[in-house]
Design a binder for this molecule. Structure first.
Ligand code: SME
Length: 176
């Protein structure tokens, strides 16, 4: 029993260390680049390559139709299968993360009311909002074919990555 705990603990420590490395890699690649789209593309590529058991990694950007007072998410840079292009705020896991300004961690997407299925392989999902000056400007969406793929270590690691990205956007002072 003790050895099981030891191995579990060892795995968790490694996972935290792995995220620290990914944060360093992403920081090195995006810190001197002001273009948000280019940075989203490279972050998606790095995460898709480095994370295990993920089938979709990408960003949805917030678009505001000020005339009709409509806020929606529009597909941004991603890795994975073709995905739905527009998601209204409040719809699906992404829209819920955008409107609540909170990370959504869904162990079983089939039990999430309103889940938007883009890839039939997806069984669990995590969505992290990217917030600048209290405004959500995008969300990072990651899907997995494994149920309950994302735990609190994943959430903390991915929120750290988004935090680095937010600070770089603020430093460069550009929102494109
Ligand atoms: N499943 C998401 C839609 C985006 S795809 O997973 C790429 C949702 O429910 O918001």
């Amino acid at each position: 029993m003790l050895s099981v705990f030891y191995r579990l603990n060892e795995f968790m420590v490694n996972k935290v260390a792995e995220y620290e490395l990914i944060v360093k890699q992403i920081t090195a690649i995006i810190s001197n680049e002001p273009d948000i789209i280019a940075n989203m593309a490279n972050i998606s590529a790095i995460l898709f390559e480095q994370l295990t058991d993920v089938n979709w990694v990408g960003f949805y950007r917030v678009s505001s139709d000020k005339v009709n007072k409509l806020e929606e998410l529009i597909l941004g840079p991603f890795q994975g299968k073709v995905a739905c292009i527009r998601i209204p705020f409040n719809k699906g896991v992404c829209g819920t993360a955008a409107s609540s300004k909170k990370t959504m961690r869904v162990a079983n997407v089939h039990e999430f009311s309103g889940h938007i299925a883009c890839d039939t392989l997806s069984n669990s999902e995590i969505v992290i909002p990217l917030i600048i000056n209290d405004q959500v400007i995008a969300v990072l969406d990651i899907d997995s074919p494994i149920f309950d793929r994302f735990d609190t270590d994943d959430q903390v690691g991915l929120e750290n990555i988004i935090n680095v990205f937010e600070n770089i956007i603020i430093q460069h002072g550009v929102l494109n």
